[in-house]
Write a protein that binds this ligand. Structure first.
Ligand code: AP5
Length: 218
């Protein structure tokens, strides 16, 4: 099963992608996580992308297309994957199509998680992430048992640099201009499924699972 999750920053792509990964036993590939790891490691890629990420802009298409071509060639992708945060522009979507054609493969579905801008700002202000295993939390909606400590690995939690309100607003504007046109692109290919992203995390996952059950993997 090859799926894409699309939606504004903070709509819950990462949260739902992990649940889909665990239920369907396919790798979750988050371009945001890959890029943040590169920044943390101080790699050449990390140095190139840091300023774009901190200001809420997309990193250049060719950079991310190269990263994803390499990632999707790995063995764990043989039985499918869930893409969280890619593609994000029409150029990236077309590059993914080309890559899949070269492997004689097809996407099975694109799930759009729909959430209003004000809800996103509220969510991202309260988001915390584990410095150790990357597990995501929220100070109100998904609290760790002990404040600022990861339930899974005991490491400290941190707040992402790009979760300040001003940067979140910039990311939202980038989403509406550069990523939202993808919905029409995938709708025309009859791949798009929309899900309401406001409400209980488990309920949203149930709705996503029911959309996935309508898909016959190619
Ligand atoms: P990325 O990391 O992909 O950020 P994003 O798309 O802005 O998405 P987020 O990770 O902020 O949110 P999410 O939808 O995953 O929500 P989450 O589940 O965490 O990208 C970061 C940057 O990298 C980009 O700005 C860009 O610079 C660069 N980049 C990445 N990919 C790129 C690409 N393809 N091309 C170019 N540049 C790229 O949930 C958010 C919070 O809400 C959490 O605290 C969670 O616990 C909580 N929550 C989740 N669901 C609910 C719910 N139903 N109710 C209440 N709270 C909830």
């Amino acid at each position: 099963m090859k799926l894409v999750l699309v939606g504004p920053p903070g709509c819950g792509k990462g949260t739902q992608a992990v649940l889909i990964r665990d239920e369907y036993k396919i790798p979750q590939i988050s371009t945001g996580d890959i890029l943040r790891a590169a920044v943390r490691d101080g790699s050449a890629l990390g140095k190139k992308v840091q300023d774009y990420m901190n200001s809420g802009q997309l990193v250049p298409d060719q950079l991310i297309i190269d990263v994803m071509s390499e990632r999707l060639a790995k063995e764990d992708c043989a039985n499918g994957y869930i893409l969280d945060g890619f593609p994000r522009t029409l150029a990236q979507a077309e590059a993914l199509d080309k890559l899949l054609i070269s492997k004689k493969q097809k996407l099975d579905g694109v799930i759009s998680i729909e959430v209003a801008d004000d809800e996103v700002v509220k969510r991202l202000a309260g988001r915390r992430q584990c410095t150790g295993c990357g597990e995501g939390y929220h100070v109100a909606f998904k609290k760790p048992a002990k404040e600022n400590v990861c339930d899974k690995c005991g490491s400290a939690l941190y707040q992402r640099d790009d979760d300040k309100e001003e940067t979140v607003r910039a990311r939202l504007s980038v989403y509406r201009k550069q990523t939202e046109p993808l919905l029409n692109y995938y709708d025309k290919k009859d791949l798009l499924k929309r899900v309401e992203g406001k409400g209980n995390i488990e309920e949203i996952f149930k709705n996503i699972s029911s959309l996935i059950s309508e898909i016959t993997p190619q």
